[in-house]
Design a protein around this ligand. Sequence first.
Ligand code: NI
Length: 389
Amino acid sequence: MHSVEQFRDLQREVTAWRRYLHENPELDFQVHNTARFVTEKLASFGINHIETGIAETGIVALIQGQGGDGPTIGLRADMDALPILEASNKPWSSKVPGKMHACGHDGHTAMLLGAAKYLAKTRNFKGCVALIFQPAEEVELPSGGLKMVREGIMDRFSISKVFGMHNAPGTEVGTFSICDGPIMASQDDFDIVVKGRGGHAAKPHETIDPVVIAAQIIVGLQTLVSRNTNPIDSLVISVTKLNAANAYNIIADHVEMAGTVRTHVPDLRDFAERQIMAAAQGIAHGFGADIEFKYRRSVPVTFNHTQETNLAIRAARSLVGSASVVENIKPRMGAEDFAYMLEARPGAMIFIGNGPSAGVHNPAYDFNDEALPYGIGYWVSLVETLLAA
Ligand code: NI
């Protein structure tokens, strides 16, 4: 049994770290200063097994328990910020115009550092904890989590289970939420070029107007969701980009469109890839046009494993009590590259309440420092539950 009060004296120090990271955001794999900061802190806690430079700027550090032999579990935090101009008006706002920690990865990093300090001092567990600090969660493929997995961290450090945590704006500080199975969606992207025949806008009959055809494709794709997908399964197809001619009096000879596909059902990615192409092609051919089609698979479904989800729930409950842990939230449609680590090893990702803050990726967002002792406490509780000496 743990109490959040045990972690209150760490709160002030970890808050200072969090605000330092917030003031100094870095993007994608270029989190050099952040990684240096993390490494220095870990070393100052007396952690002597620290490997840097994994996936360019990622770090894995090992803390051995005092309770004898046991498995190694991985705890993961992300370190990168977003290319957003901050408008939080906080005293610790970003010092770098156009970059900000708008997803709370500053908080995630600070909480794992706080837990590292506590665990390195107490070592009240068996086996080993692998602290995973990853770069480039927010980028296009290959992202930092994928790269760290590809560089073999799971085998190299004998990690048997892996756990992640993300803040959740709009849920109360001191609460946790999670679900078994899919918790975040997969993300795939597609590009379609509709190739018609351009001409004068006053003589449409002499053209094959790709704009009208593109419009039908956009509507047609929504039909794949509403008429061809089991309504119980989640699927989002959004056309997000549309580019044609740049004049009032010209019918374009082609239209470029692009969009994204999100789902919690892995099989629906195959369905989407196949049927988006078939629908776009069928509609285009019907009107004498042709298409080019590209489908790029990005992040897979973030899939929480049952046994590890139950462990996460137990750890959170032991910290804040059952009433503050929601165990069956609806999965979210966003994507998270921790999914790759959950493909490599069983584990679970949990959400931690961030209070009534602006949403993530919003210029007014800020991580809530009141959540820090809860996040630290969760990590410690998880380690001491799972690796009970
Ligand atoms: Ni994030």
